[in-house]
Ligand binder design. Structure first.
Ligand code: ZN
Ligand code: CU
Length: 478
């Protein structure tokens, strides 16, 4: 007996091959079965998809939803896009294992929340909390290098010593044993920048055995990007661990137009080492306000400021003019603060988005009161604007970048494909209507065209109506 049967859908199975006309059934245990039309058995509920597209639930491979899945388990911003799984712990920052031994979470761990949000000294504590919160999306977690550093280095602006490296290794080993899916780094951030490659190499040795991956927000995405790519491969190769470069981009006006060179370079390296990358479909980045990124070459939009909350929603240049300060002095006065940097060329971003090894990851910042629109709009924007309207790639390829490729690269068992015996994570959408609505000015909006979303077999989102609820699981390695 099946609980749900979906008939008459164009089924895009996540592999990148074209749509098939098959019927899809969801069992009582939340698994999928496929049937040629007319051959299915009885089900509790039958849904006539009427020619809409049915795809594997989208996997947001690059998130900072670590504490959001616990504090706001509805995860409306993600489920409304058709996202059924989030990978947390990117860019070197994870909510666990963390024992905060200072007044405030260090930069950029503060992207994940305030001091009181860091409640998980062990990875298993985090898993327990996610299970208890029962978010609407599945959660798989990386362990952040900067988080490990913050546990053991009072001063983050220097390399770790032998004892500190040993202590970090031990924590990482234990977390991987308890199901974490790999290690992430954020070497561009000041709190990890002083870590030499040897420090990360020591940690990566722990990852290979677990079957995990290494994701990195590289040491730089600006002029020295080729060196940073080489360092990333070197570290991953040292550990014989697959490499995933986070939010691959050519940042900074001086770097525009280099996407072909960058892609050629990674493709060459990928001949000898397993590699993938992720990208969000916007030409502006977002993070904490960072003096190193302050420039008059592109707009910088302030999303929040601790000392000057009234300045959020304005351009840094406007604020500097009002205060009669230089851009840099105005930035220091605003910090700690958040910013959207219009630092990429649209053409470069499109090239990277279209690249075969690129997965889709939002990099959305759920704690930001004025978030970059990628938090609410990434997946429908790829399907609407970049696939349908601009025709950068066909629909099966777009779906593959959001599901099958992602499940494979991160080693998520039974996720990312519509196949017999796989978990029933599904999204039903209208390919003609799907589009992102969130904008820089009004970023918190549901997308259009996402009709229904199932997570582990349970209907979890239904556009316009309230759906049943939350069925997300913690996805543990092995
Ligand atoms: Zn990052
Ligand atoms: Cu990130």
């Amino acid at each position: 007996m099946y609980q749900t049967l979906i008939l008459n859908a164009q089924v895009l199975d996540g592999s990148g091959s074209s749509a098939r006309h098959i019927d899809v059934a969801i069992s009582d245990t939340g698994k999928l079965s496929l049937f040629p039309p007319g051959n299915e058995t009885a089900a509790g509920e039958t849904i006539d998809a009427d020619g809409l597209c049915l795809a594997p639930g989208f996997i947001d491979v690059h998130t900072h939803d670590d504490t959001a899945v616990i504090k706001n388990p509805e995860m409306e911003n993600k489920i409304s896009q058709g996202v059924t799984t989030v990978i947390v712990g990117n860019c070197g920052i994870s909510a666990s294992p963390v024992s905060l031994n200072r007044d405030e979470p260090p930069n950029p761990m503060n992207l994940l929340g305030e001091r009181e949000d860091f409640l998980y000294p062990k990875f298993s504590d985090y898993v327990d909390a996610v299970r208890k919160a029962r978010p609407s999306v599945n959660v798989a977690a990386l362990i952040g290098h900067t988080s490990l550093r913050s546990n053991h280095l009072a001063d983050l602006f220097r390399p770790a010593n032998t004892d500190e490296i040993e202590a970090m290794r031990k924590e990482l080993r234990e977390s991987l044993k308890d199901g974490a899916i790999g290690l992430s780094s954020g070497l561009a951030y000041d709190t990890a920048y002083e870590a030499p490659d040897t420090e990360v190499k020591a940690l990566i040795e722990e990852v290979a055995e677990s079957g995990g991956v290494y994701t990195t927000h590289m040491r730089t995405e600006f002029d020295q990007i080729i060196n940073a790519i080489n360092e990333s491969f070197d570290i991953a190769k040292h550990g014989r661990v697959p490499l995933i470069i986070s939010h691959l981009k050519c940042a900074g006006a001086a770097n525009w137009g280099r996407s072909s060179e960058v892609l050629k370079h990674v493709e060459k390296q990928a001949e000898t080492h397993k590699f993938a990358c992720d990208c969000y479909p916007y030409s502006a980045s977002s993070s904490n306000l960072d003096p190193k990124q302050v420039t008059d070459k592109n707009d910088i939009f302030i999303t929040w400021s601790r000392p000057h909350p009234d300045q959020s929603g304005k351009l840094l240049a406007e604020i500097a003019e009002e205060w009669e300060l230089s851009l840099l002095d105005a930035a220091y006065k605003l910090m700690p603060a958040g910013a959207v940097y219009h630092c990429m060329s649209e053409e470069d971003m499109q090239k990277i988005l279209s690249y075969d090894r690129t997965m889709i990851g939002s990099d959305g910042l759920p704690e930001d009161p004025f978030p970059h629109p990628r938090l609410w709009g990434t997946f429908p924007r790829v399907l609407g604007r970049y696939c349908r309207d601009l025709n950068l790639f066909d629909l099966p390829a777009a779906i593959h970048k959001m599901s099958g490729l992602s499940g494979t690269e991160f080693g998520l068992k039974e996720r990312g494909f519509i196949a017999d015996g796989y978990k029933a994570d599904l999204v039903l959408f209208d390919p003609k209507k799907v589009r992102d609505v969130a904008t820089y000015e009004n970023p918190k909006q549901h997308s259009e065209g996402i009709q229904k979303v199932w997570v582990n077999g349970q209907l979890s989102y239904s556009s316009g109506e309230k759906a049943n609820g939350r069925a997300g699981e913690c996805i543990l390695r092995n």
